[in-house]
Write a protein that binds this ligand. Structure first.
Ligand SMILES: [Zn+2]
Length: 93
């Protein structure tokens, strides 16, 4: 268990912020883009900035990119609650 402690330095360090965006993989052009965590919710629609495909966030979506985004958001929110920072960067396309 690590406790993050700020040393009394001149510069005030901001507390570590959880990421506010998650990676979404477009199922059409396969190009990942980043969408705000708060936008990844049931029924929200976003256009892929690369190919302008309309992506609908839904937990029922058959789109693995959408499902992955939901998983990421859930993980971020859990991390915020538990304030545990575990190194886990196994997201590669
Ligand atoms: Zn696309």
């Amino acid at each position: 268990m690590l406790t993050a402690q700020n040393c009394s330095m001149r510069m005030q360090l901001a507390p570590p912020q959880p990421p506010d965006k998650v990676k979404v993989l477009c199922s059409k052009c396969r190009v990942p883009f980043r969408e705000k965590v708060k936008n990844v919710r049931e029924g929200f629609q976003v256009q892929c900035p690369n190919c302008t495909k309309l992506i609908t966030f839904s937990t029922d979506s058959a789109d693995p990119g959408v499902q992955r985004a939901f998983t990421e958001v859930r993980r971020i929110k859990n991390g915020m609650m538990l304030s545990i920072n575990r190194g886990d960067g196994g997201f590669s396309g």
